[in-house]
Design a protein. Structure first.
Length: 479
């Protein structure tokens, strides 16, 4: 069976703009901005109406529950149905994280910053600027009374300020309204230290963090020292790149110790003048240093696990792109750099087509692996969570005690987040796997989505009444 993909085309009138006199072009620009702000306000008000009434006005639901009421916003906001972010994330084609943040911001504006919200609705202050302010105030966990007072002081000045100046004024007001709380936050901030590493699609990772000043100075000196050792050992990268490599070496303390100790044993050279030489090996037992000096450094390389997806053609030609889980698309020729500095063990080729169905509810490891290879992210409309950490859901629920054979099979499984899994089970979301890896969804409000095996989501509008008893092949073909 083939599935028809709906085509939606939006046409905008742009002809004639390029030849328009500049004063008229300026009028078009200002009108377009006003129209955009008006549309954003309409969208925001519609979202608020849906989230505030979703639990009460949800169509009749054949499932046993409609979801719990939860608090998403800060103090002062209403409780909401836990599944409303799913309805809106699918309808707007954004992630659940993004729509949840938007919902929280809008509730904060409506209930905690009513003057600012009024300016947004009148077009005086753009929504994106108001959201920045709401997020900053939410981040300091300010109580409702203090938030209302801040709104009273800040809002009258906003229409005449740039966003940068408005945020600076906001910081001053946060401190002025509650100096003791501001002091406590500053002290707590000094106690917070963190490091985040985020892989990118360019086979590198972004590193961000906050250290104490003393730790920062020590780390800086150590990176300089190891970077100098790498240069002595023939690394011809520039200094910044060698410092980055040095940080990777510090992830393997034994290798770092061995490199530094061997460098101490060699005669000094003129290259050493570039880098400070802190006594990094102070306190390390001499017996350990002697052992490290004689060991094969390749045995100290770390082990790492990477899941790399390649076509047979790419393997033979070393051309094209690969997909590395947790990173994204990486050119095949860059894989050597990605694996540099680690010991590599190649796993046997795995053919998902050879995994047979089973009769038990439990999912065998080879079957789970096959489903994860087919679906790198969750199969909810516009889902983006990596599938490896998710539950595998039986698309057609497993029927215990029926004796039906082969219910657990690849074409009846799909990865879902816990929230989406519970919404399917308890909140009226309907789903059918119309082809292996191709999922047809219908929301409680009757909106239908097709999630393809390629990870694409197509919004198909309303193909039937809200919350019917099931989905058919005709639903998939009706668009």
């Amino acid at each position: 069976m083939s599935v028809a993909i709906p085509k939606i085309e939006h046409m905008y009138e742009v002809r004639g703009l390029r030849g328009m006199p500049l004063p008229e072009a300026m009028d078009v620009l200002l009108n377009a901005r006003a129209t955009r702000r008006g549309a954003e306000v309409q969208e925001a008000v519609a979202i608020l109406h849906i989230v505030e009434n979703y639990h009460r006005d949800l169509p009749e639901n054949p499932m046993p529950g409609r979801g719990r009421l939860v608090e998403l916003a800060a103090e002062g906001g209403p409780t909401l149905n836990e599944f409303v972010p799913l309805e809106l994330s699918a309808a707007l084609g954004v992630s659940q994280q993004s729509i949840t943040l938007l919902i929280c911001d809008l509730l904060d504006l409506e209930y905690r910053h009513p003057l600012l919200w009024r300016q947004v609705c009148s077009g005086e202050t753009p929504l994106w600027q108001a959201r920045k302010i709401a997020q900053r105030i939410s981040g300091v966990e300010m109580g409702l009374d203090a938030a209302l007072e801040l709104d009273r002081r800040l809002s009258p000045t906003l229409p005449g300020l740039t966003v940068g100046r408005s945020l600076k004024l906001l910081e001053g007001l946060i401190t002025a309204i509650d100096p003791r709380a501001a002091e406590q936050r500053a002290e707590a901030e000094r106690r917070k230290r963190w490091v985040r590493i985020q892989p990118t699609t360019d086979a590198v990772s972004w590193l961000d963090g906050k250290l104490s000043c003393s730790d920062g100075r020590n780390l800086d000196a150590t990176l300089n020292r190891i970077a100098a050792v790498l240069k002595t050992n023939g690394d011809d990268d520039d200094r910044d790149a060698r410092r980055a490599s040095a940080l990777g070496i510090l992830a393997n303390p034994a290798l770092a110790l061995a490199l530094l100790h061997r460098d101490q044993l060699r005669p000094a050279s003129k290259d050493d003048s570039d880098a400070p030489a802190p006594d990094l090996l102070s306190g390390v037992p001499a017996s350990l240093l002697a052992e490290l000096a004689s060991i094969d450094l390749t045995k100290l390389l770390p082990k790492s696990t990477l899941f790399i997806h390649l076509s047979d053609r790419s393997v033979r030609s070393e051309e094209g792109a690969s997909r590395v889980e947790g990173i994204g698309a990486v050119p095949v020729k860059q894989l050597r750099r990605l694996l540099k500095g680690t010991r590599v063990r190649v796993q046997p080729v795995f053919d998902p087509g050879t995994v047979p169905p089973v009769d038990s509810y439990e999912i065998p490891a080879p079957m789970r692996r096959a489903v994860l290879l087919r679906q790198p992210s969750d199969v909810f409309p516009f889902g983006s969570w990596p599938s490896r950490a998710l539950d595998l859901d039986h698309t057609d629920p497993y029927r215990f005690g029926t004796g039906e054979r082969g219910q657990t099979r690849i074409d009846n499984l799909g990865p879902l987040t816990r929230r989406a899994h519970r919404a399917k089970t308890h909140a009226g979301w309907l789903v059918r796997q119309v082809l292996p890896g191709c999922f047809l969804w219908r929301s409680p409000l009757g909106l239908t989505y097709l999630r393809t095996a390629d990870g694409l989501t197509y919004a198909m509008g309303r193909t039937g009444p809200p919350v019917s008893g099931g989905l058919t092949e005709e639903d998939a073909l009706s668009a």
